[in-house]
Design a binder for this molecule. Structure first.
Ligand code: ATP
Ligand code: MG
Ligand code: MG
Length: 374
């Protein structure tokens, strides 16, 4: 069977590897962490930095290569593309890595973002800055799970926040009147072979995704528009692979604004493993191999709940798994990480129900029963 390669061996790489193995492929994972979750399932684990020349040479021999995380190796992706099939492209990965490039591309595709200005040096903060307040100063690169973000109300606070970020390039984004957050996952081979999943309605706590519920409890028209916008962005990027597009639903009019993109399967798409005709990881395998996307149909309303390290007891005591394990419609996924830290994603579960409201209620109840911090 053909060998597939992936840069990154975290939980996304792990779920990709399981999907690929099930579909009959072999998998090589590149990840510097000897305990990378994907190493449990991979045929070959290259335990080396993402730009390691020897490791990249091995990956170049794979039939196709993809990535599970967007930081540091756009150039490695470009180099590999000289030798084998690489998706998404290094260029798309580079755009998603940098909020300044990302927002420019979103607008270039004719799609709305929150009002923003770039702040690359202290002099960029001037009288005009006031129109983006109150706002959030986000570092252009390396932020995730709400890290690298400072909320600001005055021009003086923007200056202080820029210093606090160490003077690195930033985007100042105006706070929008958020009514809901959704994400659309696009599976694109080319302009004639593109599919989208139903938008997921996402709840965050402390800047980290906590629950995704599908179908989103939003009007059909808004959901259809969200899918169209996501496809438009994928088309503008001539994207190949799985692309997640995060959007805000703003104000009484429920206007859609694009927040950011992720050039890979996404945490808000984990429900596709248990509640859709094909999972986002099966799609990643198919698309990297040049196969058209599979059926994205939602088979049941559901809610995905993240399991963070916060649920472990002070002495490392595991969460109380019993309720989730016993529930007939709950599907538990643990990533095989040993060290539980606050904010660290250790696993997730997806619960299926007759309606989105029932799934969300069940997920919250099951999640509360996991807590072992008392
Ligand atoms: P991720 O882990 O999804 O990559 P991130 O660190 O890149 O997150 P963002 O998605 O930009 O951060 O923002 C994190 C959260 O902060 C959003 O999901 C949203 O709840 C809130 N937020 C961000 N920007 C705005 C805004 N302009 N107005 C209102 N809320 C916002
Ligand atoms: Mg982000
Ligand atoms: Mg985000």
């Amino acid at each position: 069977p053909a060998m597939l390669g992936i840069l990154g061996g975290g939980q996304l790489g792990s779920m990709f590897t399981v999907a690929a193995k099930t579909m009959g492929y072999r998998v090589t994972v590149l990840d510097p962490d000897p305990n990378a979750p994907a190493a449990r399932f991979a045929d070959c684990h290259l335990c080396a930095p993402f730009d390691d020349a020897v490791a990249l040479k091995t990956l170049a021999q794979c039939a196709a290569v993809t990535t599970e995380f967007e930081n540091v190796h756009a150039q490695s992706m470009r180099d590999l593309a000289q030798h084998t099939r690489v998706s998404p492209s290094g260029d798309c990965v580079a755009i998603a890595q940098n909020r300044i490039a990302e927002k420019a591309w979103i607008r270039k595709a004719g799609l709305p973002t929150a009002p923003y200005q770039t702040v690359e040096r202290i002099g960029d903060i001037d009288e005009g800055t006031a129109q983006y307040l109150p706002g959030i100063l986000k570092t252009a690169t390396l932020g995730y799970d709400g890290k690298g973000q400072i909320r600001v109300r005055t021009v003086a606070e923007v200056q202080a926040a820029f210093e606090q970020h160490g003077g690195v390039a930033c985007v100042l984004e105006k706070m929008v009147d958020l009514r809901a957050e959704i994400s659309v996952i696009v599976c694109r081979l080319d302009s004639r072979h593109t599919a989208t999943y139903d938008p997921a309605e996402n709840r965050h706590d402390n800047g980290i995704l906590s629950y995704s519920t599908v179908p989103a409890r939003l009007p059909e028209t808004v959901q259809r528009q969200a899918r169209q916008m996501a496809v438009r962005l994928a088309d503008a990027l001539d994207y190949v692979g799985v692309l997640a597009v995060e959007m805000f639903v703003v104000g009484d009019a429920q206007d859609l604004v694009v927040n950011e993109i992720a050039p890979r399967p996404h945490n808000s798409g984990h429900h596709t493993i248990d509640a859709c005709a094909a999972s986002q990881f099966q799609q990643q395998v198919r698309l990297m191999c040049g196969l058209p996307p599979a059926d994205t149909r939602l088979l049941s309303p559901c809610t995905m709940a993240n399991i963070l390290g916060d649920l472990w007891g002070g002495n490392g005591g595991e969460p109380h798994w019993e309720a989730v394990q016993q529930h007939p419609s709950a599907h538990l996924h643990l990533y095989g990480k040993t060290a539980a830290r606050n904010g660290r994603k250790m696993g997730h579960f997806t619960v299926l129900a007759d309606t989105a409201d029932q799934a969300y209620a069940a997920a919250q109840q099951l999640h509360a029963q996991l807590d072992n911090t008392e």
